[in-house]
Ligand binder design. Structure first.
Ligand SMILES: *[C@@H]1O[C@H](CO)[C@@H](O)[C@H](O)[C@H]1NC(C)=O
Length: 377
């Protein structure tokens, strides 16, 4: 067993920290480290993981920990079989059989094993000081998207964040609150609904207003405004989960007009185009906003590979979700009385026709930790 003793350069006070040696010195930025062969020499001190005070989450159903339970909408998942593999078998409102990628990330950073929903009255600012989720299922960058199912628009998630900062300041004081806001990791996962629920929906009006290229640019513009907003409020270490190849979601494959069961190529092309444009916009923001670390979490290729080669990932199926027939069921149509729900969700890349299974989310968490988050921790 090795330990590292580290001191912050230029700090008036020597700060000692012990960390397990699998954390590479290279990720530690301004720390100078000395390898000690015996850990008996130093008392146990907080691990490196303790350097991230909180994980703060914005987005849609891919990261909603249960905020929609407290919103008058049909986009909910607070009933069985949702949550059947969550600790206690609880349907928390997560659109999954178990935990989400953000929960695994929190745990890996030495923070709680699940991130609480901001609107859940069971939690207080004491809990939220270590991680909080503002996300809302069925929302998007575009307010026309959140309007469809009357969920929380992204601007409102930002309002909650403002309120959170005030509550945090009242709870831990100005200095500590500023520290938490600055050093927290922000995970943003949103955008798919702008396309599947809005632009490509027969009920959507955006299709009459924009070509798809124009709509991509419009959404990229909204994303840029959002990143500027949370930067102004103090966010610095931000990871954006780009769009997945949403043409390969079981629901989209099942309704593919051209080849039933195949991925919808146009959707995947749009997702790729969006990711490329957004990544370029994020790079420009990094030049514009001093101190911001805005990083893209590249999940597109992993997602596509897992849906095309499920057995490589230990999945038996990726063309349908575990719940019901897995082709159409999601939210209220995936319930206790839905027939054909699978026994073991670990064998499925998708839990319902739109949302990844817990096991698929573990892959996303690992990928995010080793890419966009690697330099924050
Ligand atoms: C994710 O990483 C953890 C820790 O390295 C590992 O134990 C786990 O098997 C990985 N999970 C997946 C699904 O890759």
């Amino acid at each position: 067993m090795f330990h590292l003793i580290c001191s912050f350069i230029g700090s008036p006070m020597l700060v000692l920290q012990s960390v397990s040696v699998h954390v590479e010195g290279g990720t530690m930025g301004g720390l100078h480290c000395l390898l000690l062969l015996s850990f008996h020499l130093i008392a146990p001190l907080p691990s490196l993981a303790g350097r991230i005070p909180a994980v703060i989450v914005f987005g849609d159903s891919t990261v909603d920990a249960g905020n929609n339970n407290y919103v008058a909408t049909i986009a909910k998942a607070d009933f069985p079989p949702y949550g059947r593999d969550f600790p206690g078998g609880r349907a928390t409102g997560r659109f999954c059989n178990g935990r989400l990628a953000t929960d695994f990330i929190s745990e890996a950073l030495g923070l709680p094993p699940s991130i609480p929903a901001y609107l859940d009255p069971a939690y207080t600012i004491e809990d939220f000081a270590r991680g909080v989720c503002f996300a809302s299922a069925a929302t998007g960058f575009d307010t026309a998207t959140s309007d469809f199912l009357s969920v929380i628009p992204l601007w409102k998630e930002v309002e909650f964040f403002k309120e959170y900062r005030q509550r945090l300041t009242a709870y831990v004081g100005k200095k500590k609150a500023a520290y938490i806001v600055r050093e927290a990791v922000y995970i943003v996962s949103i955008g798919t609904n702008d396309f599947i629920e809005n632009y490509y929906s027969p009920l959507g009006r955006r299709r009459w207003e924009f070509t798809v290229e124009e709509y991509v640019d419009f959404i990229v513009g909204l994303a840029r405004d959002f990143f500027r907003d949370i930067y102004r409020l103090g966010a610095r270490k931000i990871s954006f989960t780009g769009l997945s190849p949403f043409g390969c979601l079981p629901s989209e494959r099942a309704t593919n007009q051209e080849t039933k069961g195949a991925c919808v190529e146009e959707y995947n092309r749009v997702a790729k185009e969006f990711n490329g444009k957004l990544e370029a916009a994020m790079q420009r923001l990094c030049e514009e906003l001093p101190g911001i670390k805005l990083r893209f979490a590249p999940l597109y290729d992993l997602f596509l590979d897992a849906t095309q080669n499920p057995s490589r990932y230990g999945f038996e199926s990726s063309s349908r979700g575990c719940c019901g027939t897995g082709k159409f069921e999601t939210s209220i149509t995936c319930n206790e009385w839905t027939p054909f729900t699978c026994e073991d969700a670990d064998k499925f890349a998708f839990w319902d026709s739109i949302h990844p299974s817990e096991r698929f989310y573990r892959f996303f968490a690992n990928q995010t930790l080793s890419t966009s988050l690697a330099e924050f921790i």
